[in-house]
Design a binder for this molecule. Structure first.
Ligand code: M6P
Ligand code: ZN
Length: 193
């Protein structure tokens, strides 16, 4: 018999952190997302005025990065935009190409952009009671398209790894922008394959 590495545990959903208790808290501000929003000039202008708003927070319950374990994380994306582009997470591929991920919507309204290595994009809505499957091979970015916090729980293999480099280099092929008060998905003019 293999000796279990850790004891079973449970978490409670809800509250300001989305899950409780959590182990690690990360925050991403506008300055951490330099180069990610399509209007880079506007980002630099805001930063030079001393505006560096918090875009999202991640509350993690990570496990050892070994096969068989699952890590848990809730993400809170604040409402906001840079120009007409809604706040979003950086987005990443998994370093382990066969690692998938499940998202469970807790609060607010969002769109998950998913893009494979061929640059094909899929998108799905997330919100309370939505369970969403990100298959292996798709980079994933979450966009808050509502006027309140977007909160969701993510469950993923703890050895999945985050590859941010590919997305930082090429961007996503689609942008989620506000047009007449509603989100629209448009081609990213600066996407490079
Ligand atoms: C979800 C999961 C996490 C991820 C977080 C923020 O909770 O996918 O693994 O870290 O969103 O997304 P990103 O790492 O792309 O900034
Ligand atoms: Zn992931």
């Amino acid at each position: 018999m293999v000796k279990p590495l850790i004891e079973p545990f449970s978490l409670v959903l809800g509250g300001s952190s989305g899950i409780k208790p959590y182990k690690v808290r990360l925050e991403r501000r506008l300055s951490d997302l330099r180069g990610f929003f399509h209007n880079r000039r506007l980002v630099e202008e805001k930063l030079s005025r001393g505006e560096n708003p918090k875009v999202y927070e991640v509350y993690e319950v990570p496990q050892e990065p070994v096969s068989g374990h699952l890590s848990l994380a809730s993400t809170v994306i604040f409402p906001g935009k840079v120009g007409d582009e809604y706040y979003f997470t950086k987005g990443h591929f998994h370093e382990k190409e066969d690692a998938s991920e499940v998202y469970i919507g807790l609060e607010g309204e969002g769109i998950i952009l998913m893009q494979n290595r061929e640059g094909e994009v899929r998108h799905l809505r997330i919100g309370p009671n939505v369970v969403l499957y990100v298959p292996p091979g798709f980079a994933h970015r979450t966009v808050n398209v509502g006027s309140s916090r977007l909160v969701f729980l993510a469950i993923y293999p703890s050895d999945a790894g985050h590859d941010y480099g590919s997305i930082a280099e090429t961007g996503f092929a689609k942008l989620v922008l506000e047009r007449e008060g509603r989100p629209v998905i448009v081609d990213n003019p600066s996407y490079s394959e």
